[in-house]
Design a protein. Sequence first.
Length: 122
Amino acid sequence: MAGFPKEKGSFFLKRDAVQPPSSLTSQIFPEIEEWEKKMDAKLIQEDMAAIGFWRLMKYLRVVILQDSLLLKDQFPNLRIWEHRIFHCDEYLSFEKAGKIAIEKVNGHFFFFLLLHFYYIFL
């Protein structure tokens, strides 16, 4: 995943400083909402694997968008960046806000680290 520091034992992800709007995440794997409605209406049999897979897909679409903030600059020639989602106004706004948030985290990393320790040991 993009954004992990190179130092051993560090698990703080700068990209997690910004959450993409649901209007943007719903454009990645849009079938998730259809399956969610079917599960809620009991139109399909629920099982642990299906629910786990559904949760994973919902999580991954957020990760894809968050990782794109860092990966687009590192690998600008990848064909995935040609996809229309990475050119829509919603994404461009998210990208701008995300890069600002990541820069703020870079400047205040020590503060965020202390804040995390505070909540852990409260």
